[in-house]
Design a protein around this ligand. Sequence first.
Ligand code: ZN
Length: 314
Amino acid sequence: MSYTRGLHELGDGCFAYLQPDGSWGWSNAGLVAGDGASLLVDTLFDLKLTRQMLDAMSSVTQTAPIATLVNTHANGDHCYGNQLVDNAEIIASAATAHEMTEVPPAMMAALHSAPGEVGELFRGFFGAFDFEGIDVRMPTRTFEGRLEVEVGGRSIELIEVGPAHTQGDTLAHVPDARTIYTGDILFIGGTPIVWAGPLSNWVAACDLILGLDVDTVVPGHGPVTDKTGVVGVRDYLAFVDEAATARHSAGLDAWEAARDIAREIGANAEFSGWGEFGRITVNVDTVYRWLDPGYQTPNVVEQFRRMASLESPA
Ligand SMILES: [Zn+2]
């Protein structure tokens, strides 16, 4: 399937809405159509993008309106468009519902127009999006562990695998279509970013997907893949976990370790072509925090500064 912007039919009433190039904020969503009702997996980062997506889905949702919306996790590029989905039950893990209150869109809007270095840094990552007018509609139903949802006569299995990328990551598995929507448990062609961790939980989530009977895998960012894409993400996370742990034992601080591992990744054919490779610095911070609960993670502005500096060395 071509990696182009818009709605793509996967077969068996399953669709993916893709937004190349999959970098910061350019997320994917999914639609599972049943008999007379459908389920939407995630909304997008702003109202305009979400409206475009819902319009593109209208040929399906005219006869099978969205009865259920699942938010895979709390990052804004997966839930900031919730208010445009009328009358749907909104389901998320309890940890995700809690985390959805933590980064209000008003804060993103303020950063977007902030003067000076912070505003410039923010716009460098998120300047393409419009955070005005967003009032995030919260989940109306939460769960822990697993939840089976029935939509239009078919069954969708929600599997909580967080904390990993965030506090409450959820997979949406459609067994009758051998399809899974993974949210940001998969970044394809871009570097995964481990905000929460531990990395071992995320590796376990990849192993869980590899153990399912699925052929079609829709990531949170990047092109639709299959199990080979899952193996790549698993290998990256296992590599970073080991590389950062070794440097922690050797006494390097996290920023030294991140720059050192970035050099190693640059020389490693397996991961060197991935976008957003500066995310290694956040991933190393997360490994250090799990090794040493007293480790002070740099504030988020400093984290973005470090990612930018790794990707465009002066
Ligand atoms: Zn995302």
